[in-house]
Design a protein around this ligand. Sequence first.
Ligand SMILES: [Zn+2]
Length: 457
Amino acid sequence: MFDLVIRGGTVVSPEGRVAADVAITDGRIAAVVTPGTELQASRTIDATGRHLLPGAIDVHSHHREPGYTHKEDIVTATAACAAGGVTTSFAMPNVDPPPNTPERLAAMFELYRAKAIVDWNVNPAGTVPETIPELATMGIAAFKVFMVVDTGRSYPHMPGIGVHHHGKLLEIFETVAPTGVPLMVHPHDQELMDHIEHGFWDRGERDFRAYAKAYAAYDGIIWDTAAALLLRLQQATGTQLHLLHTQTKGVVDQLRAAKDRGQHVSAEMNPWAVLLGNDWANIERLGSYALSYWVPEENTEPLWQALRDGTIDLVSTDHGPHTREEKEPGWTDGWKAHTGTPAAQFYVPMLLDAAHHGHISLERVVGATATDPARVFALRHKGRIEVGYDADIAIADLDREWTITDDVVLSRIGWTPYAGRTVRGAIDRTLVRGAVVYEDGQVTGSQGWGRQAVPER
Ligand SMILES: [Zn+2]
């Protein structure tokens, strides 16, 4: 007798798809069998005509709690995850206080234990070398370092979480290496940026267009030089490096070469890089609401290609909710608007739509959103629909067309830059360890159901 059987669906993995019935017991997948096989269960879900995807694992999401809960909190962020087919979400450390000591990290874990609807982890700031060895023992999946410190505003990259001094970065790499924990870095060349942005300001250019252009100056030089440094630090120290925000052809070329050399590096692409900030018309229409960053269009196809061939390992959201009040100043001063765009609720459907358009295969969508994040961060019981794995499943209707609107946004901010977009592909139901946390358009999961997704290295 199983707890639950999902009948009639097609199970998708990076290797292919197969029609199968899936049985679940005690939160784990207990059987994957030929459709119609006799299975006794307390509950049955009919998934005829639907695809069963391993729940997405988003390793880069800004949940804003503690400290910035006017933007988002753990409940609203993980509700958005549930609705979007995301079954595990890793939080980022630009909160207040930032988790850079064991006490602060433990306090954040307590908040997640009480509030998270889906499984979670927290990537602490690796900025205080003395605390790194102990933080590494707390079941974390990665450390996070930003090489960016904001100018003109105090968030999202506030002082105290950014490190761009090369010697300090080397010290962090050296300290993280023996822990075996991956190090995620937001690449950014602050010294080049200081020069570039002063050029814009001296010419009186401060609006959202100037901001967009500054970050993309010289074909993304601030990204390319930072990535070169990080890859060389990785090579020097052996630390497992996870490069964030891959968005230039220059970084893609460097990643490909580093992987050819056998370096221990992985990389993410964010949805905004190919679905939002790569179209200047979106930036004209939405101003700072479309910025994360401007990614000039010549990068789009190299990014899709790199995602298809695995040079870019995975897609994670960089979910970055900010209120309208925090975005609005960007029309006249792009440096005042908080940078970042929300995506947790919609990125899986948008990638399913991208699969219909031939940018990427359905199998690679599953790899990039679930199987590869689990591989890179050693979540050995997640990312696949196979016997023994956690029953983290998104049941998708690949053919349903629907339009993203602000009305359905579960994020506290109540808006999405993707509003108005019609996509083909929708999440019908989401299961986290066998429990239905989203169905029929409603989040049904309970606060506190989510557990820390602890790596097994
Ligand atoms: Zn981020």
